[in-house]
Design a protein around this ligand. Sequence first.
Ligand code: CP
Length: 308
Amino acid sequence: MSQLSTRHLLGIKDLTPEDIHLILDTAANFKEVINRPIKKVPSLRDITIANVFFENSTRTRLSFELAEKRLSADVINFSSSNSSVKKGETLVDTVNNILSMKVDMVVMRHSSPGAPHFLSRNVSANIVNAGDGTHEHPTQALLDAYSMREKLGDLHGKKIAIIGDILHSRVALSNIFCLQKLGAEVMVCGPITLLPKHIASLGVKVELDVKKALEWCDVANVLRIQLERQQIKYFPSLREYSLYYGINKKLLQELDKEIVIMHPGPINRGVELSSDVADSEHSIILHQVENGVAVRMAVLYLLAGVKG
Ligand code: CP
């Protein structure tokens, strides 16, 4: 297979395992390209892409922009904070105005779950979800899977623990779908208040004790405590969270094996991860960021090849 089964990337839920393997294999080729002295290829020379961000971002926005430029696409950037959205313009009007400038693809981050799905039904461009509220963050899951596969080989049968604020995390849901489609076993771990009530129905193991999760897994993907999405108190204090769920060097040294530590960023240093773990030889956090460019190049390149 050399073509995706979809013309939008809205969520991992919609992808087949073959789509995921195709994206990861294509990303491996692009990783080789971006490590050459001349990092640019002409693949998307006639394509214009709008990066439309209604929510803050550092990694995802920069990574998409770099991926687009490495593919020779024309790029325009929009952020809601300094736009006419502030004057009451709707999402569809905003995007239709951008599209009338002959834009082919829209990469969108929005705080509302389902916003990119809504857009895909109302505009003609290919839509890429760069994170929709607490729902999905598909390119993060793809770059996470790529980074795990690069480190451990085939993910079939590998044990991945996702630790932290699962309730508010779009990364968690996309990772669960992606890893299961690749044949990995998935566990979620965190305080009971930060685990969705019916999470076990997704076929994941559920663990409240972080030591047991670390003993079980090959990879710990540690998630940020998303204070900006928490309207009530889910745990007594950050100090207590860090005491019971923070991953530090001592916890890793007590294990009888080496595990891989990941984090999608941004990190709350000293809360979910101590600096001596985040910056240690166990951590592949910066490899994740590096791989994000190649994975996003693969997504954009493959979507451009799917005709509507
Ligand atoms: N991992 C991630 O989505 O980071 P940003 O919010 O900085 O894009």
